[in-house]
Design a protein around this ligand. Structure first.
Ligand code: RET
Length: 150
């Protein structure tokens, strides 16, 4: 993942909302309608907060272990993995799921399949025009984020 390494600042974020809805991150009003209690572990205003965030990605590799940090003023999310080896990913602070994730290279795209309760969940990172592109997939929704090198 050498070419992806570095610090990247978000420049665009399309359909993050749709992706979060697919993850089950509902708005306060929707939660009331669905009569889901606040104890369910899903923060009612998480989605509203999250769509406004300017994200930063820090991608590092050391001794075959790749670390991807998603940083924001509100919350951070970090994964560490070895390409080609399935690992347990706990999406703490996102939708709090335990996933069986596998990251592989598909040409020059670093792709991840995330097996859990949601269908067709995963992501792809690649470089295009010196920018870091990220697609996040879940259950038919696609979020597209672009980052420029700091
Ligand atoms: C934030 C804020 C809290 C709510 C949500 C978030 C989403 C984070 C995502 C991170 C993706 C990380 C990837 C890592 C690869 O290893 C920003 C933490 C929903 C979608 C693809």
């Amino acid at each position: 993942s050498a070419s992806l390494c570095g610090t990247w600042d978000m420049v665009s974020n399309v359909n993050f909302e749709g992706y979060m809805v697919a993850l089950g991150l509902h708005s306060e009003l929707e939660l009331k309608l669905m009569s889901i209690s606040r104890q369910s572990g899903i923060s009612p205003c998480l989605r509203k907060t999250a769509i406004k965030l300017k994200l930063k990605k820090v991608i590092e590799e050391q001794g075959g272990v790749c670390r991807i940090k998603t940083l924001s003023v509100f919350r951070n999310y970090t994964t560490s993995f070895t390409v080609g080896h399935q690992f347990e990913e706990v999406t703490r602070g996102l939708d709090n799921q335990c996933l069986k994730s596998t990251v592989t290279w598909d040409g020059d795209r670093l792709v991840c399949e995330q097996i859990g309760q949601k269908k067709n969940r995963g992501w792809a990172h690649w470089i295009e025009d010196d920018k870091l592109h990220l697609e996040l997939y879940c259950d038919g929704q696609v979020c597209k984020q672009v980052f420029k090198k700091k």
